[in-house]
Design a protein around this ligand. Structure first.
Ligand code: F6P
Length: 532
C-alpha cells in the first residue's frame, strides 16, 4: 500500500499543482462539517492520490480501531489502558464501558463537582483568607498545563471569572513571576498533575505552599488538586472535597476536557465550558459517522501522511490567523509529537516509514515578519496549515480583521503560485539592466508549488474551539493507526527524567562527577565554577 502511494507520488511529484485548480476543485477537494471548512485544494493531492490514501486508511483498520477506542477497549496496548478522553465530553451520549463498567456516572459526577466548585469560586461563596478569589494559579506541566493555558487565551473574549495564571517550568523564574503578582489571601492554587509525582509540578507546588504559608493561616484551604492519584493528593494535604480525580484512561495531553480544564471553567464559566465540550462531542460524532472523504479528522490525517511520509516534508507549520490561538502551536507540539514521535510500531518492530512530523508555528501575521522568508524561498518545502475565522470579536475593528483574512489568503496563494523569473524581471526592469537585472530578478523569484491547507470557521467561540481541538486529537489518532504506532504512551520522555534525578546531587556538589561522560562532567564543572 505504501508502494502504490510512492509510485503515484513519483508520477506527480514534478507537477505544478496549481494546474489542478479549476472551478470545481474547491468543492471536490474540501470537506465541511457544520460551519467548519477544511480546504486542501492547494495541495498536490488528486483523485488518484486521495483514493490511495483512503485505501491506506482502510487497509490499516482505522475504522475498527476508532470503534474500539470509543468502546473503551484497551487500545493503548503498551500500558494496557483504554483511551477514553471522548467520554469526558459525552454529555448526552449513552453509557461507555471499561471492563464491563459504565464510566459515565463517574464522569458526570466529577463534572458536577467541578461546576459547583467553579461557581462557588466565581460567585465568591468559596473565599480565600482575604475574601473573594481574584487569582487562580494552575501549577502543572505538559498536558496538565498546555491545554488549559491555550484555551484560557483562546477564549479570552468569554473570560469573566478570576484571573488565571499558569506555572509549568521548574525554572524558579516561572513560579516567582506569577506569585509576585498574586495576593496569597485571595489566590487559589490548583495543583494539576495526573500522576502527582512530576518533579517540576511538585517542586512548584511546594514553593507555592511555602509562599502561601507566609501570609495565610491555613494555606491548604486555598489549594485544590486535579489528579488520578488521590492518595498522593491527600499526603500533600489537600482536602478531598477539593480533589477532582480522573481515570488512567485519560492521557495527559488529552485531559483538558475533564478536571484538568478546571482553570478554564473558572475563567469562562460553566456554560461556556459545556459549549466547549459540546463542540468536541460534535466532532466525535462527525468522526464516527462521516464518510472518509468528508471526514475532517481523517482527511487532515491523510494530508499529513501525504506530506510527511510520502512527499518527505519533515515539518509542518501551524499558522493561526487568529491571535486568540497563539498557544495552539505549542499545544499541538505536545499533542502530535508526544503522541506520534515514535520509531517502533505497536508490535515492537521498527517503523517502516518516518514517525510523525515536527510541528511548529506562530500566529499570522507575526510569522510573516519572521520565518515566512524560509517558507517561501528556503530550499525545503514546509506544508502550512492556516486557521482563520471569518469574524473576530472586535466588531468596531472589523476592517482590521478583514486585513488579517486578506493576509492569510495571500500567503496560501503566494505559496501555491509563486512568482516566476519573467515576472520578477518585469517588476524591476525600470531599475536594472543586463546581468544586474538577471541577478536581482533571481532573488525575487518564488518557486511556488508549496502546499497548504486552510481551516476556516465563522468565529472562535467555545463550541468552535472544542471542534478544533477534537479535530486535531482525532487526526493524531488516525495518523497513529496508519503508521502502526501507539499514540497514547510516551516512553521517550522517561530517560531524561531518570538522568535528571541522578544528576541533581552531582550538580549540587553532593556527589562527584565520577562515572559521568567527559562532556557532562565538564559542563557541570563550568556551571559549578560559575555558582550553580
Ligand atoms: O512529559 C511526560 C508527561 O507525562 C506528559 O505526558 C504529561 O502531560 C506531563 O508529563 C505531566 O504529567 P502529570 O500530569 O502526571 O504531572
Amino acid at each position: 500500500m505504501w508502494e502504490e502511494l510512492r509510485a503515484h507520488h513519483a508520477q506527480v511529484a514534478d507537477r505544478r499543482f496549481e494546474t489542478l485548480v479549476d472551478a470545481d476543485r474547491a468543492a471536490a477537494f474540501s470537506a465541511q462539517f457544520g460551519d467548519m471548512l477544511l480546504d486542501y485544494t492547494k495541495t498536490n493531492i488528486d483523485v488518484t492520490g486521495r483514493a490511495l490514501l483512503i485505501d491506506l486508511l482502510e487497509q490499516t483498520g482505522v475504522a475498527a480501531k476508532r470503534d474500539a477506542m470509543f468502546a473503551g477497549k484497551p487500545i493503548n496496548e503498551t500500558e494496557g489502558r483504554a483511551v477514553l478522553h471522548t467520554a469526558l465530553r459525552n454529555l448526552d451520549g449513552g453509557p461507555v464501558e471499561v471492563d464491563g463498567e459504565d464510566v459515565m456516572p463517574g464522569v458526570l459526577d466529577t463534572l458536577a463537582r467541578m461546576e459547583n466548585f467553579a461557581n462557588d469560586v466565581r460567585d465568591g461563596r468559596f473565599k480565600g483568607q482575604g475574601g473573594k478569589i481574584t487569582d487562580v494559579v494552575n501549577i502543572g506541566i505538559g498536558g496538565s498545563d498546555l491545554g488549559p493555558a491555550m484555551a484560557v487565551k483562546a477564549l479570552a473574549p468569554y473570560h469573566d471569572g478570576p484571573r488565571c495564571h499558569f506555572v509549568s517550568n521548574v525554572d524558579p523564574a516561572d513560579v516567582a513571576a506569577v506569585l509576585r503578582v498574586c495576593d496569597p489571601e485571595t489566590t487559589l492554587v490548583i495543583v494539576a498533575s495526573k500522576t502527582f509525582t512530576t518533579i517540576e509540578t511538585m517542586t512548584n507546588a511546594r514553593t507555592a505552599q511555602t509562599w502561601m504559608a507566609q501570609t495565610v493561616t491555613d494555606p491548604g484551604a486555598q489549594f485544590a488538586a486535579l489528579s488520578t492519584a488521590e492518595d498522593k493528593t491527600a499526603a500533600f494535604g489537600i482536602d478531598p472535597t477539593r480533589v477532582f480525580g480522573f481515570e488512567d484512561w485519560v492521557g495527559g495531553r488529552y485531559s483538558m476536557w475533564g478536571p484538568i480544564g478546571l482553570s478554564l471553567m473558572m475563567a469562562v464559566g460553566v456554560d461556556a465550558f459545556r459549549a466547549f465540550l459540546r463542540g468536541a462531542q460534535a466532532m466525535d460524532t462527525h468522526f464516527k459517522a462521516a464518510d472518509w472523504s468528508e471526514n475532517l479528522p481523517a482527511m487532515l490525517a491523510l494530508i499529513g501522511i501525504w506530506h510527511n511520509q510520502i512527499c518527505g516534508y519533515a515539518t509542518r507549520a501551524v499558522l493561526p490567523y487568529d491571535n486568540l490561538l497563539s498557544r495552539l502551536p505549542a499545544y499541538l507540539q505536545q499533542l502530535e509529537m508526544e503522541s506520534n514521535g515514535k520509531g517502533v510500531s505497536m508490535d515492537g518492530a521498527d517503523l517502516p516509514v518516518h514517525s510523525g512530523p515536527v510541528v511548529w508555528g506562530e500566529p499570522g501575521t507575526n510569522g510573516q515578519h519572521a520565518f515566512y522568508q524560509l517558507i517561501h524561498q528556503g530550499t525545503r518545502v514546509i506544508p502550512c496549515e492556516f486557521l482563520v475565522a471569518a469574524r473576530g470579536h472586535e466588531d468596531d475593528l472589523h476592517h482590521q480583521h478583514q486585513l488579517l483574512v486578506a493576509n492569510c489568503l495571500a500567503q496560501s496563494e503566494a505559496l501555491m503560485g509563486g512568482r516566476d523569473l519573467d515576472t520578477a524581471r518585469a517588476k524591476i526592469a525600470d531599475r536594472f539592466e543586463d546581468a544586474e537585472l538577471e541577478r536581482q530578478a533571481r532573488h525575487r523569484v518564488f518557486v511556488g508549488n508549496r502546499p497548504s491547507v486552510t481551516i476556516a470557521y465563522p468565529q472562535l467561540t467555545p463550541f468552535v474551539l472544542g471542534k478544533i481541538i477534537a479535530l486535531y486529537e482525532h487526526r493524531v489518532f488516525v495518523e497513529g493507526v496508519v503508521l502502526g504506532i501507539n499514540s497514547y504512551d510516551q516512553w521517550g520522555v522517561e530517560l531524561g527524567k531518570e538522568l535528571a534525578t541522578n544528576l541533581q546531587p552531582v550538580v549540587e556538589g553532593v556527589q562527584p562527577t565520577d562515572g559521568k561522560d567527559g562532556s557532562t562532567a565538564a559542563l557541570v564543572g563550568f556551571l559549578q565554577k560559575n555558582g550553580v
